[in-house]
Design a binder for this molecule. Structure first.
Ligand code: ATP
Ligand code: MG
Length: 369
């Protein structure tokens, strides 16, 4: 989606990705098929590209550092290094004065022993390499915690207290090399099994003052690491409207995919603009929107059934439905294959179309658990 946005503005794109079937590689002018740390491949990329970004925060920060000696890289390696590591990330949130859930760092048996009971029930998360709920284990007792840490291979983890969420939201900002920053409206998100399922964006999706607090916190988090590029920060909202920061994603984010059809400038175009040093106009949302994620589960009618692509025609017969598929060659359960953006004149009609679309596909009705 980033490559498409860049190409629409006349740029050629080059993608370095170890996956021979990389969807971004297929749609780009150049696909450098190599490991992220291959110095010859990095040199080739630097030779082709005037500016470099990453769509995947688990690219080794050292690879970005290496590229940065030749080309502008945004976001920079220091910001990526923080976002890659939940321990560093939480410390950064603390420095910015944005509260996260109570947590403990577990790197040793002594750390495990010292965990206060007040953090249970909790969620043990590996400090590195988690996404879409992977690397997370729910634990209710100290015995479960010890077993979960063993199951992780005793890697560095954080234990987070399980928070009573009223709902979740996220904020996407784009910040330029000159420090100029613009933001999208706050996204209200529903996760199922630790994976984003639904995003709703319209004027009344949450109280305005609370939305503003989330935007202000996100801007502090971006400014605090002198961030350049598109950044998403995810939050929990508790019943008393306490805002708790969850994590940040140093790239365009799944909760911002609605911007492709509901805003006059998408999160991907803003990423292109930050990289190219072009002006960052504040985005304007012109339509209320609901985004439904399409996971690989939809390709399987039963446990032993072969993968079969859903019939999209019925869904596309509904007004204001925009289908985005990512070109992944293999459907797998829990794998993000694409999304539907639903737009319309008002949120009531958008929701009812989203409900229809969900029912046709066999998805749970959007904003219910
Ligand atoms: P992604 O990168 O896809 O956002 P992730 O694997 O990094 O996911 P988190 O964002 O840490 O995972 O958590 C995924 C979801 O699990 C959250 O959006 C939330 O619904 C739930 N969750 C995570 N931590 C907590 C917590 N401390 N209390 C309650 N729910 C939580
Ligand atoms: Mg998350």
């Amino acid at each position: 989606m980033f490559a498409h946005a860049a190409q629409r503005m006349g740029y050629f794109t080059a993608v370095l990705d170890p996956d021979a079937d990389s969807p971004a590689g297929r749609v780009s002018h150049f696909h450098i098929h190599s490991d992220y740390t291959d110095v010859d491949a990095l040199a080739r990329l630097a030779g082709l590209a005037d500016a470099v970004t990453t769509e995947f925060e688990n690219v080794p920060a050292s690879a970005l550092e290496h590229l940065a000696s030749a080309r502008p890289v945004a976001p920079g390696a220091p910001a990526i290094a923080i976002a890659q590591d939940r321990i560093a990330e939480k410390a950064h949130f603390g420095r910015c004065g944005v509260a996260c859930a109570p947590y403990a760092v577990i790197e040793s048996a002594a750390n495990l022993e010292a965990v206060p009971d007040a953090l249970l029930p909790g969620i043990l998360k590996t400090a590195r390499l988690g996404y879409d709920g992977k690397g997370q284990q729910r634990v209710a007792t100290r015995a479960e915690l010890a077993a979960a840490w063993d199951a992780s291979g005793n890697v560095a983890c954080v234990l987070e207290k399980r928070m009573p969420l009223d709902y979740e939201c996220s904020v996407i900002v784009a910040r330029g090399h000159d420090g100029q920053m613009v933001n999208f409206p706050v996204q209200r998100n529903l996760h199922r099994d630790g994976i984003l399922a639904v995003t709703e964006v319209h004027e009344e999706n949450m109280p305005a003052a609370l939305a503003q607090r989330a935007i202000d916190a996100t801007k502090r988090i971006a400014t605090g690491i002198d961030y350049v590029g598109v950044l998403c920060v995810e939050f929990f909202v508790l019943a008393d409207e306490t805002l708790v920061v969850n994590e940040m994603a140093p790239r365009p984010h799944n909760s911002g995919h609605y911007t492709m059809d509901a805003c006059d400038i998408s999160q991907f175009e803003l990423q292109v603009r930050t990289m190219a040093g072009l002006p960052l106009n504040p985005p304007r949302q012109h339509s209320p929107a609901v985004m439904l994620n399409l996971l690989g589960d939809l390709w399987f009618s039963g446990p032993d059934a072969p993968a079969m692509e859903p019939g999209w025609a019925n869904v596309l017969a509904l007004p204001g439905v925009h289908l985005h598929l990512y070109g992944k060659t293999e459907a797998r359960r829990a794998r993000k294959m694409g999304h539907l953006n639903i737009t319309g004149a008002d949120i009531a009609s958008v929701r009812s179309t989203a409900d229809f679309a969900a029912a046709l596909l066999g998805l749970p009705i959007p904003l219910s658990e």
